[in-house]
Ligand binder design. Structure first.
Ligand SMILES: [Zn+2]
Length: 274
C-alpha cells in the first residue's frame, strides 16, 4: 500500500477562491453540480476497483444525503471536511468544536458508522484544533501541507515534521500529511488539486514515484468541481484566484484516469489501521 486517494467534497460555489464573489447566503440559490461530479468520480473509481476517502462538508451532506449513502455503499471511506467550509484559522475554539461535531453527527447518522478522519478547509489546520479533534473522537487529521508560499494553509507549530507521510501526533491520533516533493530544499506541492492540473502528467507521475521511495507513502487529493469544465463561470474575482480555480479543468478527467491506471490507491483508514 503506497498511495492513498482523497476527494474533498464541496460544490463549485463553496471554494475559497470564489468567496469574494459568492456569499454564503446565496449558496442555496446556486445550481448544484456536486451530484453529477461525484457520479463521474464514482464511475472512474469503480472502473479501476479503487476505494478512496471522501472528506465531506456537513452543508452538502444535509442537502444530498443519498449521494453520501451511495459513496459509503460503494465501499469508500466517509470523513469530515467541516460544515460550511470556514477556514479553521477564522473560527474560535468553540465555533470550530460546534462546526466539526455537527458535521461528524450528520455524517454518522447517514452511514451508521463512526467517522474517524478530518481535513480542514484549505488545509487551515492549527495546533489547538488538533486537541479538539482528539476530544471529539477523531483518529486522524489530514490537513498538514507544509509547503512554502500559500498564505491560507495552516501550520502545526509544535510538530517537527518527520520524513514520512503518516506519523503519530499523540497516542493513537495520526497526521496524514499531504504530499510534497523536495526539489533542491524547496517543498513543492505534489498532492493534487491545481498542481495536478498544471504539471504535465508524466512529470507528475515521476514525482509520485519519488515520494513513495522517499516517504513510503503518497497522498493525493482532488475536488468534484475540478472534473467540471461546464460549471458556471465567475468573473468578478482576482485574476490569480480565477487562474487557480479554472486552469486546465478539461484535463482532470483524462489525467485522473491515467493516475488510477498507473498506481493502486487505497482509503486513508486502511493505512491508519496498519
Ligand atoms: Zn475544501
Amino acid at each position: 500500500m503506497k498511495c492513498l486517494l482523497s476527494v474533498d467534497v464541496e460544490d463549485w460555489f463553496q471554494v475559497e477562491n470564489l468567496k469574494q464573489a459568492i456569499d454564503k447566503e446565496s449558496w442555496d440559490k446556486k445550481t448544484s453540480r456536486v451530484e453529477r461530479n461525484i457520479d463521474l468520480i464514482l464511475e472512474l473509481l469503480d472502473q479501476r476497483n479503487t476505494k478512496a476517502t471522501f472528506f465531506i462538508l456537513g452543508w452538502i451532506a444535509e442537502r444530498h444525503p443519498l449521494v453520501i449513502k451511495k459513496i459509503h455503499n460503494e465501499g469508500h471511506e466517509i470523513a469530515c471536511h467541516g460544515y460550511g467550509h470556514d477556514l479553521v484559522t477564522h473560527l474560535t475554539n468553540d465555533k470550530f468544536r460546534q462546526d466539526v461535531s455537527l458535521t461528524k453527527n450528520i455524517l454518522e447518522n447517514l452511514i451508521g458508522e463512526e467517522v474517524i478522519g478530518y481535513r480542514a478547509p484549505n488545509f487551515s489546520i492549527t495546533d489547538w484544533s488538533i486537541e479538539i479533534l482528539i476530544s471529539l473522537g477523531f483518529k486522524y487529521d489530514s490537513s498538514l501541507f507544509p509547503i512554502v508560499g500559500h498564505s491560507r494553509y495552516g501550520k502545526l507549530k509544535k510538530v517537527t515534521i518527520p520524513n514520512k507521510s503518516i506519523f503519530e501526533l499523540q497516542n493513537g491520533f495520526y497526521q496524514v500529511m499531504l504530499s510534497y516533493l523536495d526539489i533542491g530544499g524547496l517543498k513543492v506541492p505534489w498532492a493534487g488539486g491545481l498542481y495536478f492540473r498544471l504539471i504535465p502528467y508524466e512529470l507528475f507521475k515521476r514525482g509520485i514515484e519519488k515520494i513513495t521511495e522517499q516517504k513510503g507513502l503518497y497522498i493525493f487529493y482532488i475536488h468534484p468541481w475540478e472534473f467540471d469544465p461546464g460549471q458556471p463561470k465567475v468573473n468578478n474575482i482576482k485574476l490569480n484566484y480565477k487562474l487557480r480555480h479554472y486552469t486546465n479543468l478539461k484535463t482532470t478527467e483524462s489525467k485522473f484516469k491515467r493516475l488510477l491506471k498507473d498506481f493502486n490507491f487505497y482509503r486513508i483508514k486502511d493505512a491508519i489501521s496498519i
